[in-house]
Structures are given as structure tokens and as C-alpha cells.
Design a protein around this ligand. Structure first.
Ligand code: HEM
Length: 546
């Protein structure tokens, strides 16, 4: 009898303990939600309910592949330059945020934990949050990304443009429609191989004989970017997710990790090869220089130490991730806009015809990128930059209208007194971010026609012309894109050479008719974003030689 009583009272105690725990949990949760919604220092800023409660909201946004476009819509919906997109995260689209957070930036506004998800085993220059470490690493690298370096390496760009020209010439002869976006992507990857690792990845040539093989050789950088963006969006869980997600038996997840591992393996292979090639050569002076080689040979200014192999692999990985998809997506978008704004295309072509002599037929060894007796491989960086002001405006407008680096560039407010941005005070610890797309589409800054591809806005309109310095497509300040010159010169060379030689036309007659009716005017193409954006569909064109 006694034992029955005892066990029933233990059972009761258990039930009441469970209920108390349950009630305490519910009270804490309700308290947390009330605090986040009504008493948190960021509570007054508009944003989705779930975003103010949990970072998981942003994870879901990245998985939708529409993160920058939804964020832009939210700014519009709330008619506010501030949107709370996470418990401690604010997206800002006011102009004064740019000089403050980015151009002055530095120690007062370092990158947030979001970037921890982007490194490999060790952080690379992109993901480094420590300001001192970053500035040393950046110094090691900056020469390799300068204009004079690009000019020294120009012959390797030419080699690859030659291959691209000859592929497009064949397509012009056959009359076949083709995906220009894919060809540009292959070209950019091969060029990155040349500039960063002294060896083309050979994808353009492979694609001529083995389309599937070429597609399989493309580094799956989007997979890594998506993984990094989603795990980085939830900083409290980034490490745990990195550790445990690979064990989850889910096909989509497996593919993402496989993609990341493939990029890491490719980076490691490039590092191994270059170290091997440099062995026994004291200072590498008889070697072809490339971005990685300069880094292998770089020494610490005080200790004389060189970078470890895992540091080199992390940087090589970063070059592959940051240097390929970004440049090719930007060039595809430029071609997309020119094809959808025929009047602008006509002006570009007229400028090219007026300012640049024809390249002539290629009769030399195209693989060597040699200028033949009658033809040249491509226009030089110097002539493309110096003689094509209208094309330059188009390139800039493309960067404004459809920037591709669209993850929110998040910075932590470190000063104890906080910071005032757009007339609002934000306390220490707040994560303030500028999402390029949202910022470039703030109608208060860029006007009500911000969705129109209008290169003239940069010269005819005093209000926008002076604003070029605020464009955020490459970021700004100490963390701005180190590959900016490489990317920009590559895009100018490529666009000038291709548009001087070929006449591209959208393959779909219905789309061409819709353009003539003005249906595409002021419409941004459908894009997807894994943190980096791209056209969501192929860019199918026909081409003829001019
Ligand atoms: C059109 C092409 C490109 C675009 C739009 C672009 C955009 C950007 C942006 C916006 C950032 C700043 C990110 C931030 O503040 O959080 C960045 C950083 C970076 N980019 Fe690019 N990028 C491009 C091409 C390249 C190329 C070709 C390379 C190298 C091969 C490269 C390497 C890097 C690196 C290493 C960083 C980190 C710099 C640092 O933190 O010091 N990018 N890029």
C-alpha cells in the first residue's frame, strides 16, 4: 500500500515538474517574443515578424534564392530605408551609410560573423574579420591585382578571347542558337585559371568536343556560396551546422557539400601544382608570375615567414569562388540589357565602329593568342578603357541596375556610443548591412525610374552623375573587391571585342517582338541569388559576323 502511494506521488511530482518546465518554457518564449517585438532597441524598425524573432528567417530567405529581391521589396513595402531582417540585423539603404560603414569602416565597423561561413579550413582574405590580419594579407596580394599586373598578363586574356571568338564564329557559320551565358562563363573560368594559377582550366576547348565533360569541369561555386550564405545567416549555429549538416542524408544537402568539396579539392590541386613547379627555383624569378605564385613567395614583413599551405589553399579557394561566377554573371547581364534595349546597343556599336579599327581575320595560331599578320586577338585594356566612354557607362549602369554580389554586406557597430545613420541611432552590437540590390533601387536616391537600364543617367543627370562614388557593386573601402580591376578590364575587353566583331540577336522571335512593343522597358530580368546573383535562365542568342 505504502509503495503504491509512493510511486503515485513520484508520478505526480514528475507530471508537475514537466508542467512547470513547460510553463516556464512558454513564459520565457512569450517573454522573448515580447522583448524582441516591443522592447528591443531595434523593435521600432519595420520587418517581418519572424525576422525579429529568429535568424532562421534569413536562412529561409537565402534558400528561396530570392533574398536580395525580397529585401528590396520589403524596403518598398514599408517605404523605409531601414528593414529589420534579423533579431540584431538592419538593412540600410541611405546614402550616408556608405562613407560611414564602408569607406571609413575599418575597426569601427568590422565584418560580422556572417563571413565566418565563407572560409575553408582557415579564413581567407574575404572572410577574415580580424582587421590587422586582414590588412597584412591584403598587402601581400594587392600588387597581383593592380592594373599594371593585368596589363602584364594581357596576352593570356587574349589567348582565351581568341578561343571564344573562334567558337562564336563557328556558331555564326552554323546559324545555331546557343546559350551565350554558358560560353561567357567558360571563358571567365579559363581566364581565372591563367591569372591566378598560370594555367587555363581548359573548359572552352573541352566544350568543343565534349559538352558534358566541360560542364562537369566547371567549379560548382554556387553550391559553396549557398551553403555559406545559409549557414552564415544563423551565426549561433554556423559551427554546428558546418559539423553536422554533412551527415544529414538529404540529396540536396549532399550535392551542396559535394560542390564545396570539389572547389576545395581544385584549389588544393592548383596550390600543390604551383608549389611543385616552384620547387628548387630560389625566388621563382624564372617562373611565370600569377596571383597564387606571388602569394607563395610573399613573406611576413617582420618574421620573414611564408604563408602555410592551408592559408594558400584557402586563398586559392577564395579566388575560384569570388572570381568566376561574379564576372561571368555580370557580363551576361550586360549583354542581356544591351539586347533588351536595342537603341542603347546601337549606340554602343556605333561608338565601337567609330573609335576602334576592325580586329581583322584571325589567321595566326589562335591557341597562342598571337596577332596574325592580318588580325588581332582582342582590343587591349588600354584602348578599351580609353576610347569607349559610352560602353563604360553601360558597364556602370549594369552594375547599378543588376549588381551580382547581392548578399547583405554586414558590418558590426563597435563604438560604445553606437552610430547615427540616416538620422537614426543604432546601439553598439547592431549588425548594419547594405544589400547592393536594395541600395541601388532606393528611389529616393536613384529616382522613380531606377528599374530602367539608362546609361545616360550617368552623364545627363547631375543628381545621379555625382553618385557613382557610392555604387556598391564592388563594395567600398578597405574591404572592397580586390579583383575589381581584373574584373572590370576583363569585361571591357570582352564586350568591346565581341560587339565589334559580332551581331548578337535574341533567339526567341516572340521576345524580340515584345521588346519592340516596349514590354521589357523598365523590367529587371528574373534572377536567382545564392548570395551572388545570376540570370535565372539561359541567354539564348543567334549570331552573325559583322
Ligand atoms: C564583376 C565581378 C566581381 C564583383 C561584382 C565582385 C564583388 C565583390 C564585392 C561586393 C566584395 C566586397 C564584399 C564585402 O564587402 O563583404 C568583393 C570582395 C572580394 N572579391 Fe570580388 N567581385 C568581383 C570579381 C572578383 C575577382 C575577379 C576576384 C579575384 C580573382 C575577386 C576577389 C575578391 C576578394 C578576394 C574579396 C575580398 C576582399 C577583402 O575583403 O579584402 N572578386 N568582391
Amino acid at each position: 500500500m505504502g509503495s503504491v502511494l509512493l510511486s503515485s506521488s513520484i508520478a505526480e511530482a514528475r507530471v508537475s515538474l514537466a508542467s512547470i518546465t513547460g510553463i516556464a518554457f512558454v513564459v520565457a518564449l512569450v517573454g522573448y517574443i515580447i522583448y524582441q517585438r516591443w522592447f528591443h532597441p531595434l523593435a521600432k524598425y519595420p520587418g517581418p515578424f519572424w525576422a525579429s524573432i529568429t535568424d532562421v528567417w534569413q536562412v529561409r530567405e537565402f534558400l528561396s534564392l530570392q533574398q536580395p529581391y525580397h529585401l528590396t521589396d520589403l524596403h518598398e513595402k514599408y517605404n523605409s530605408p531601414f528593414v529589420r531582417y534579423g533579431p540584431d540585423k538592419i538593412s540600410v539603404t541611405t546614402e550616408d551609410a556608405i562613407p560611414l560603414l564602408f569607406q571609413k569602416g575599418g575597426r569601427h565597423y568590422p565584418k560580422t560573423e556572417f563571413y565566418d561561413a565563407y572560409g575553408a579550413k582557415t579564413p581567407n582574405v574575404f572572410g577574415m574579420r580580424d582587421v590587422g590580419m586582414h590588412s597584412l594579407r591584403r598587402r601581400h596580394m594587392s600588387h597581383s591585382f593592380s592594373l599594371s599586373y593585368v596589363k602584364d598578363m594581357e596576352q593570356h586574356l587574349d589567348t582565351n578571347i581568341c578561343i571564344l571568338r573562334s567558337i562564336i564564329s563557328e556558331l555564326a557559320d552554323s546559324g545555331e542558337a546557343f546559350n551565350l551565358k554558358k560560353l561567357l562563363h567558360y571563358y571567365v573560368i579559363d581566364v581565372l585559371g591563367e591569372l591566378a594559377f598560370s594555367q587555363s582550366f581548359g573548359i572552352q576547348e573541352l566544350a568543343r568536343v565534349d559538352a558534358k565533360g566541360a560542364a562537369a569541369r566547371v567549379p560548382p561555386v554556387a553550391e559553396h556560396s549557398l551553403l555559406a550564405a545559409t549557414t552564415g545567416a544563423w551565426p549561433a549555429m554556423t559551427r554546428t551546422l558546418k559539423q553536422w549538416l554533412p551527415l544529414v542524408p538529404h540529396k540536396g544537402l549532399r550535392d551542396l557539400f559535394e560542390g564545396r568539396n570539389k572547389c576545395a579539392a581544385l584549389a588544393a590541386e592548383c596550390v600543390q601544382r604551383r608549389i611543385g613547379e616552384l620547387k628548387g627555383k630560389k625566388d621563382g624569378s624564372d617562373q611565370r608570375k600569377d596571383i597564387l605564385t606571388n602569394l607563395i613567395l610573399a613573406t611576413h614583413p617582420e618574421t620573414g615567414e611564408r604563408l602555410s599551405q592551408s592559408d594558400l589553399e584557402a586563398e586559392a579557394f577564395g579566388f575560384i569562388i569570388a572570381g568566376t561566377h561574379t564576372t561571368s554573371a555580370t557580363t551576361s547581364l550586360l549583354m542581356y540589357h544591351l539586347l533588351h534595349y536595342p537603341e542603347t546597343m546601337r549606340k554602343v556599336v556605333a561608338e565601337l565602329d567609330e573609335k576602334l579599327p576592325p580586329l581583322g581575320e584571325m589567321v595566326g595560331d589562335e591557341k597562342e593568342g598571337q596577332n596574325s599578320s592580318t588580325g588581332r586577338a582582342a582590343y587591349s585594356v588600354t584602348e578599351a578603357e580609353a576610347s569607349l566612354p559610352y560602353l563604360k557607362l553601360c558597364v556602370r549602369e549594369n552594375f547599378r541596375l543588376t549588381p551580382v554580389f547581392t548578399m547583405p554586406l554586414a558590418r558590426r557597430v563597435m563604438a560604445p556610443e553606437g552610430v547615427v545613420v540616416g538620422g537614426q541611432h543604432f546601439p553598439q552590437g547592431t549588425s548594419l548591412a547594405v544589400c547592393n540590390h536594395a541600395f541601388h533601387h532606393n528611389p529616393e536616391i536613384w529616382g522613380p525610374d531606377h528599374n530602367v537600364f539608362d546609361p545616360e543617367r550617368w552623364e545627363d543627370r547631375a543628381d545621379t552623375a555625382g553618385r557613382a562614388r557610392y555604387l556598391m557593386h564592388f563594395g567600398l573601402g578597405s574591404r572592397q573587391c580586390i579583383g575589381k580591376t581584373v574584373a572590370q578590364t576583363n569585361i571591357m575587353k570582352l564586350a568591346s571585342t565581341l560587339l565589334r566583331e559580332f551581331d548578337f540577336q535574341l533567339a526567341d522571335p516572340a521576345e524580340r517582338a515584345a521588346i519592340d512593343k516596349g514590354d521589357f522597358y523598365g523590367k529587371i530580368p528574373h534572377m536567382v541569388s545564392v548570395g551572388i546573383s545570376d540570370l535565372s535562365s539561359p541567354l539564348m542568342v543567334n549570331v552573325r559576323k559583322r
